[in-house]
Structure formats: C-alpha cells, structure tokens
Ligand binder design. Sequence first.
Ligand code: NAP
Length: 317
Amino acid sequence: MAESKGTEKVIIVGGGPAGYTAAIYAARAELEPLLFEGFEWGGQLQNTTDVENFPGFPEGIMGPEMMTKFREQAERFGTRFVTDDVEKLELSDGDLHRAVLGDETYEAHTVILAMGAEPRRLGIPGEMELTGRGVSTCGVCDGAFFKDRRTMVIGGGDSAMEDADFVSKFSSSLELVHRRDEFRASKIMQQRVEENPKITVRTPWIPEEFIAGDDGALAAVRLRKADNGEVEDFEVDGAFVAIGHIPRSELVTGQVDTDDGGYVKVEPGSTRTNLAGVFAVGDLVDHTYRQAVTAAGSGCQGALDSEWYLRDEGLGG
Ligand code: NAP
C-alpha cells in the first residue's frame, strides 16, 4: 500500500475512464495525484469486450486493454495508485479532506470523486453467466454485434427506448419487454419505438430467466405474463437489460448534495460540488450520456477545476 507523504494536493477516487483521465491531467499539471482505483480497477469497461466507439482506436479495442492503457498513461506522468477500495471519505467544505483505508488515513486539499455507476440488474438466473454471451447492459456499446439477429430490450424508461431504437437498426427484429402496461419513458421516445416497424412491444411481461443454448450463448428469455401467469421461452440472440443505473455514491451520501437518484450534484457547466475543494466527474454525476468518452472528458474537467482551485487558494496548483 502506498505511503502518504503529508497532505496530498489531489486525491482521486475511482479507477474508470473518468478517474484515470483526471489522473493524467492532474499528473501532467504536477499535482502528483494519488488515485484510489479500487480493488477491481478499470470500472465498467473491465467487463466489456470490444469497444468500437472510443475515438483513436479505429480497429476497436478490448475494454480491459483500453483501461490498462489509460492506467499506463496516468502512471507515466507520476500518478501513484492505491489498488484498493476506500472505506470511508470524510469531506469538508474548503478544509482538508480525508480518505480512510484500513489503518491508513490520507489527507488532501482536493478530492475528485469518480466512483462511477453500475447498471441495475434484474437479478434472475443466467443473467451474470450470460453477460457478454448475448446479455448486455449497453445497447450503444453492443447493438452492432447483433446484425440481422433477433434481439430483446428489457425496460420501460428512456434508456430502454433509446436502446431499442438503436439496437433495432442492426437487428432483424426486436422485442421491447416491460413489466407494466405504462411506460416511464418520455412520450416522444415511446412514440418513436411504437412507430418502428422492427420493434414489437410486449407488456406486461416479466423476465424470469436467461437460457443458454448448446453453444453456451443466450438462446432464449423465459418471460411470465404479469396479468395471467402465462410463461413463454422467447428465442433471441441478444438481450439488453436497460432498467436504469445505480450511482456508486454511497461513500459520500449525506456529505455532498445528491439528487433523488443518488447522483452527485455539480454546478452546471463545472465539476464543483456544494463543498469547496470537492469535485465530481463521470457516471457518478451523469445519468444521460454514460459513455467512456464522456466520462473521460468529465475527468479532464475535474482535474482542471481542481488545479484552478488549488491555484486560487494558494495551495500550490
Ligand atoms: P428509469 O427511468 O428509472 O427507468 C427504468 C425502467 O426499468 C422502468 O421502466 C422500470 O419499470 C424498469 N425496471 C426497473 N427495475 C426493474 C426490474 N427489476 N425488472 C423489470 N423492470 C425494471 O431509468 P432510465 O431509463 O435508465 O432513465 C434514467 C434517467 O435518464 C431518466 O431521467 C431518463 O429520462 C434519462 N435518460 C434520458 C435519455 C434521453 O433523453 N435521451 C436517455 C436515457 C436516459 P417501472 O416503470 O415498472 O418501475
């Protein structure tokens, strides 16, 4: 474990695209960032296969390899890593902030929160085993892998509508499955889906199991009709679970302002939270875009906001 040498200028919490990008910028600004990247560093991309939409990789790149490159770039400029999970954060308003891990307490003038979010899961049999083998939580990332195949999107919010619309561009057919007859999605996005000739809307059906075929990949989704209990194994090649995300804000709940969904609130157009010296970036603040490239851009903003704060406060930024 890294030794803390007095007060840090910047502590970054979170080892995904946002955290590593913040580290690259902070390190190049000679802020010597200390990055708590988590025991399972790499964030959501660590569980992804091909990434084809990150600029600069025209042939695509595997998610874990991309995160290794992010990490190496942060390391090259002097980022120090703690490959473990912070147990406690004690944030202040303009004073020193503390990160606690085991017996160690690390102090810093600024903290960049980059803990990300995780896709909400259905919690049904086969879901985790078949993730990456036909089950996905990201239509924008994986839709193109199902060209001319049968697909399903599960959910009734804007994410599900957006995924259905996007994935249907590639699929031969798409079932949109939702557990209720009413949708949470905005009227316009719902209408777009209803008017799409490739999409069939199925309500009120509840997914109960993802079933593998002989090749070990997804073959069918077991659905149960909510109103009469009818059960059907619906054959599909790809199923996209789009039932929302859960921001990983538990370390800071009750300390910084969060919205109803638990996302950390920042001043519009900046990464500043309600606490001076505490910045938040990436999926932890963003329930709309949630892409590696937008998270990386946000991490850059967090590092610059932190640098400017240190400079303005005369703390060596
Ligand atoms: P959301 O609005 O919370 O919708 C989640 C959907 O998943 C709901 O329909 C919910 O069903 C369903 N669901 C939740 N748990 C489930 C379970 N265990 N089994 C089956 N279904 C389940 O989440 P979201 O669609 O990700 O949207 C989040 C926010 O981002 C929203 O504010 C949305 O407007 C915004 N967003 C905007 C855009 C855009 O404007 N382009 C795109 C994406 C997201 P119930 O309705 O029955 O609870």
